[in-house]
Design a protein around this ligand. Sequence first.
Ligand SMILES: CC(C)(COP(=O)(O)OP(=O)(O)OC[C@H]1O[C@@H](n2cnc3c(N)ncnc32)[C@H](O)[C@@H]1OP(=O)(O)O)[C@@H](O)C(=O)NCCC(=O)NCCS
Length: 174
Amino acid sequence: MLEVKITRMTKDDVDEVVHIEELVHPNHHWSKDSFYNEIANNLAYYYCAKNTENKIVAYIGMWHILEEAHITTLAVHPDYRRMQLAQALMIAAIEGCYKEMIKFITLEVRESNIAAISLYEKFLFDSIGMRKKYYQDNGENAIIMFTQNIWYDKFKNNFSIIKEGISKIKVNYA
Ligand SMILES: CC(C)(COP(=O)(O)OP(=O)(O)OC[C@H]1O[C@@H](n2cnc3c(N)ncnc32)[C@H](O)[C@@H]1OP(=O)(O)O)[C@@H](O)C(=O)NCCC(=O)NCCS
């Protein structure tokens, strides 16, 4: 069974993260400098999942702005998909939100990205609007998704069920 540890991203992780970025988004990936700038920002909460050989297999990024968090990036190495890694990273990021008294989480996602939309719906994100032609590389629309208040029972109960359902991998949360 795959075992990962989830830790805050540091500058030493950026080379590997950008390697995955290039695999996942060949035409519109973030640069190393983008990640260096992001993780240097006090508002940014970025996490990596590393296997037992310390190789990064997935990462997520989020900004905490007052009572709202904004997911800025999420990617799983193509060889490690459908193993619940995205869910594990979402769990780590959302636990970080609870620690920082965040109330709502939002994000934008390409309207064609069925896998990601399905992931976020699993965490009870709702589609609340659209940004037309938001993505510069292909003019695609972005769906805006939002949680309800994450402190409400409905969100928390669902979150607990997701956490209990992580069975395909062993996850050590830092
Ligand atoms: C979207 C992505 C992060 C999912 O990562 P993953 O580790 O494979 O996802 P998980 O195994 O944790 O699956 C969680 C849920 O996501 C959804 N999902 C994941 N892959 C899916 C697919 N190929 N088709 C449909 N739903 C999918 C499902 O709801 C799944 O829950 P289920 O297994 O109970 O059906 C991954 O496909 C990826 O990196 N895609 C490219 C980058 C990207 O699109 N990032 C999101 C930007 S907003």
